[in-house]
Ligand binder design. Structure first.
Ligand code: PEP
Ligand code: MG
Length: 330
């Protein structure tokens, strides 16, 4: 029964009334990318490049990096691949970039911030990405992790432009970026919500600590509100451009945190207006199957329900109770 329901999934993310929400995969390297393509991913929404170099204590050369990136791009010819620049630090230390003696690594020099202390590594990575992209057929987008301000987004976009990368974006995983999404998005072409860190920072709860798991769930209404604010910021930025005579479409805001892999939460995120969902490839079929059972309007209704809940537990229970297909999935 379960397998029959999942087997009916055709690989495309769409609601019952045909609203498209492309389903993408989170990958850490070529092996994951090939597996994700086989499981029907419509592209890659998060390529965690630090996973290619976790064993290294010295910076990989530009050649080495270009080869690792091209191997992922080659799994998705003609498709979108969103590559994230090195997200070193906290739960993912890289000896050539991070200081193991920091007292609060999650609040420390991690992600984009490593460029403050180890300049040059980011430029060389962008050079490797640009080279790999030019030698592949993938539609390569590049985003920076741990962006906190519009100024950082602007600087990242300048570095991308200097390297010949045309589609710069940012992860929205720090609450300050969600709260200022309109100004952040003025600087870049897209945003991707990292709900794992966004939850950790909104709830002030270390994502690695088991006893804090109740706090550390993206079903927290506060986290959903930050998602909503990001989507609203994107709409506001688009409207601002239209008012000044430019194209007025809102820039894409996807989700690439674990939240997207929870089918019920994926429906809520769709209702909140996110444009793509990126997840571990083994969740694609379940998410796609559940999404097809609701209209966009129903998803919006479920999003309102979750936002109005007094707790994460109730948000999750209330939404799940309205999605009978979940029973079939087990
Ligand atoms: C996130 O923070 O949600 C995310 C996708 O990035 P990572 O889990 O790699 O920090
Ligand atoms: Mg993160």
């Amino acid at each position: 029964e379960t397998s029959a329901t999942l087997a009916a999934f055709d690989g495309n993310g769409t609601t019952a009334d045909g609203h498209l929400v492309p389903l993408l995969a989170n990958v850490g390297g070529a092996k994951d990318a090939v597996a994700a393509a086989g499981l029907g991913a419509q592209g890659v929404g998060l390529f965690r490049t630090e996973f290619c170099f976790l064993e290294r204590d010295t910076e990989p050369s530009v050649d080495e990096q270009a080869a690792a990136y091209k191997a992922v791009f080659d799994a998705f010819p003609g498709k979108k691949v969103v590559l994230r620049t090195l997200d070193a630090g906290a739960d993912k230390p890289l000896p050539f970039l991070t200081d193991a003696t920091e007292p609060n690594p999650a609040l420390g020099v991690r992600g984009y911030r490593t460029d403050f202390t180890t300049p040059g590594v980011l430029e060389r990575q962008l050079e490797a990405i640009a080279r790999a992209a030019s030698e592949s057929e993938a539609d390569v987008w590049v985003m920076a992790p741990m962006i906190s301000t519009a100024a950082e987004a602007g600087r990242f976009a300048s570095l991308c432009a200097a390297a010949g990368i045309k589609t710069p974006g940012v992860m929205v995983e720090v609450p300050s970026a969600a709260l200022t999404a309109a100004t952040v998005l003025r600087e870049v072409g897209f945003a991707s919500l990292g709900t794992n860190d966004l939850t950790q920072y909104a709830m002030a709860a270390d994502r690695q600590l088991g006893p804090l798991a109740e706090l550390n769930t993206p079903w927290q209404p506060a986290v959903l509100r930050l998602v909503q604010l990001t989507v609203e910021g994107a709409a506001q930025e688009g409207a601002g451009r239209e008012a000044s005579g430019g194209a007025g479409a809102a820039k894409p805001v996807g989700v690439c945190g674990e939240a997207a892999a929870d089918p019920a939460l994926a429906v809520v995120l769709t209702g909140l207006g996110v444009t793509t969902l990126s997840m571990t490839a083994r969740s694609l079929a379940a998410v796609g199957t559940v999404l097809k059972t609701v209209t966009l309007e129903q998803a919006q209704e479920l999003a309102r329900l979750a936002l109005s809940a007094p707790s994460a537990t109730e948000a999750r229970e209330w939404v799940r109770a309205k999605l009978p297909v979940l029973e079939e999935l087990g």
